[in-house]
Design a binder for this molecule. Sequence first.
Ligand SMILES: CC(C)(COP(=O)(O)OP(=O)(O)OC[C@H]1O[C@@H](n2cnc3c(N)ncnc32)[C@H](O)[C@@H]1OP(=O)(O)O)[C@@H](O)C(=O)NCCC(=O)NCCS
Length: 314
Amino acid sequence: MEIIEYKIEKLNIDDLKEVLELVREVFMEFEAPDYNIEGVNSFFKFANYETLLKKLDEDLEIFASKHDNKIVGMIAVSEYKHITLLFVDKEYQRKGIATKLINRVKEHCIKNNKNLEYMTVNSSPYAKNFYHKLGFKDTDLEREVDGIKFTPMKMIPYTFIQYNEKYFDKLYLMKKECFKWYVEKIYGPWDDNVQIEFFNKLIEEHKSDIKVIKCRDEIIGMYTNYLIDVEKDERKYIEDEINLFYIDKKYQNSGIGKNILVNQLIEDKIKNINTDLQVFKENPARFLYEKVGFEIYEETKTHYKMKRKVIKNE
Ligand SMILES: CC(C)(COP(=O)(O)OP(=O)(O)OC[C@H]1O[C@@H](n2cnc3c(N)ncnc32)[C@H](O)[C@@H]1OP(=O)(O)O)[C@@H](O)C(=O)NCCC(=O)NCCS
């Protein structure tokens, strides 16, 4: 399957007119139906050439996603934290473009804003489900200002860094805190010696695939995925296996895990490969996996095996 590349770049001022055409078209089709005339007018008081040109001189930055030199998506960010104007051409929606635009500004904000606590957005009624799917959380009820309806939301920005031995102890203790209860329920008392040896073995095996999750200068978890060869009914194919995935209790339920998974699933969908994982039967993480599209396909005494299928006929 052909994998289409979308280049994301900071907007060149010469492209501002082209990007505004995209905004007008997508806004009128997807957002305007939720607004009254006052709301539509307020929107274009902001989203017009003169105002944006001025804002670009102040605290606004725009990034555009291009395909074959055509602008197919855009995102604007202000004060290195607040997302505004996220638009994707109708023909290019549901290909992960908006998700990648958000990732790009997130990295940009982390790099340039040392005090960054949250990425924020005022979601349009249309985009609410999209942002929730990515792990954004509402911070207030829907509001209406000058005819524009929006729901304020936020997300904790995180990044991946390479595994290093110096993180071993912290990651081990975090793993213990996350899984001790399930392990003890099934196998008896947690034995640090056995568990450290087991953890060490897993790390050695998957070292190059481990991503350590970092948030506001803190190590908050790990995420690992790698490709495996599968042979089933005389067919051979590749699957993406997720393993060693956990987040510090303090940061659980903040949307980070969901965001990591949704990003992974978009990548795997583009590559046309299924995504596989297993979860302790009593672990409520199963519900998150179900929410993002995994289904149980097998159960063992202790685990559910789950898969997000893109190859539908197997
Ligand atoms: C919202 C918008 C930016 C999303 O762009 P996109 O490039 O299609 O989004 P992605 O492909 O990155 O979506 C990632 C995941 O989010 C979810 N998602 C995307 N659009 C969704 C929608 N309209 N409703 C529910 N879920 C949605 C899907 O689960 C999707 O993954 P999947 O297609 O594999 O299931 C686009 O629909 C748009 O331009 N809408 C109109 C303008 C708008 O409302 N902008 C927001 C202003 S705050």
